[in-house]
Design a protein around this ligand. Structure first.
Ligand code: FAD
Ligand code: FES
Length: 252
């Protein structure tokens, strides 16, 4: 679909906060789903970016991303009134059940944005652990704190919250509170450590995986990742079968 840029801001150097107007017919996104966005005529492949937030009434979708290469730099340079060609929402999202015990959100770095939509869908029934390398790299901290009943921050250098890794805080909270599940997004080593902590506590865990993508809709197999169960290992497409997977099925 063609969407119109409403605003494009810099929450911090190297990151963009893009809001677009979508059609009234656009599907309601689930937290953890992504949009596959065309990045100008010079780039053949679209770039996948997670839905960070959405306002269904106003028809607004929001993306928060780091600009690293030509695709994300193109998106960061769009101005209000520009149009973008976007496919979505795509993929399998997180389980967000507001009833019952709270859900623990675990985010690392630029993995934090999809957790904002998860916190919104959980309508207050979420606690969050947000880890960053350092305070100047943090994003969405105030907004997540306002949507979650409890929020803990940590950083590698101690400049934001406690000086420790996200999984260490997750381990502590899992020992204190009975959570329905853990939803995690961030760098792969963090996801693996959070999944191990959840497994040790006997709490279900879902992780959002990142792979480079081409088609984004399950047709090309560019994004295959290994998953396994008792029956043995197999491959799944991150774009269609994920990006959110039951952590127990991921072959780390
Ligand atoms: C499902 C999904 C959701 C995503 N959501 C977000 C998001 O909300 N915010 C955000 O900042 N980023 C997100 N990403 C990562 C984002 O898609 C990449 O940063 C982007 O495609 C890079 O394109 P580029 O042209 O700017 O850089 P490129 O020149 O293509 O790459 C620049 C650097 O980023 C690495 N990279 C490229 N694509 C990926 C990828 N898919 N996964 C991991 N590393 C990659 C490359 O190895 C290279 O080091 C997501 C990725 C996936 C798969
Ligand atoms: S990107 Fe083509 S199958 Fe996933």
């Amino acid at each position: 679909m063609t969407v119109t840029v409403l605003s494009n801001e810099n929450p911090r150097p190297g990151a963009a906060d893009l809001r677009v107007r979508v059609d009234a017919s656009a599907q309601r996104p689930r937290a953890g789903q992504f949009a596959h966005i065309a990045c100008g005529d010079a780039l053949l492949l679209r770039r996948p970016i997670s839905l960070c937030d959405c306002d269904e009434e106003a028809g607004v979708w929001r993306f928060v991303f780091e600009y690293k290469g030509p695709g994300t730099r193109y998106l960061a340079a769009r101005k209000p009134g520009d149009t973008l060609d976007l496919l979505g929402p795509l993929g399998r999202g997180f389980t967000c059940e507001p009833e019952g015990p709270p859900t623990l959100l675990a985010g690392g770095g630029i993995g934090v944005p999809p957790l904002l939509l998860a916190a919104r869908r959980l309508t207050g029934a979420a606690h969050a652990v947000l880890g960053f390398r350092a305070a100047p790299l943090a994003v969405l901290t105030d907004e997540l704190a306002s949507l979650c009943a409890r929020t803990a921050f940590c950083s590698d250098d101690g400049s934001l919250g406690t000086r420790e890794f996200t999984d260490a805080v997750v381990r502590r909270l899992l020992a204190e509170t009975a959570y329905a599940r853990v939803l995690a997004c961030g760098p792969r080593p963090m996801l693996r450590a959070v999944a191990e902590a959840a497994r040790a506590a006997g709490v279900p865990c879902e992780v959002s995986l990142e792979e480079r993508m081409a088609c984004g809709v399950g047709a090309c197999l560019a994004c295959a990742c290994r998953v396994g169960r008792e029956a043995g290992e197999t491959f799944r497409r991150v774009c269609l079968d994920g990006p959110v997977f039951d952590a127990e099925t991921v072959v780390w």
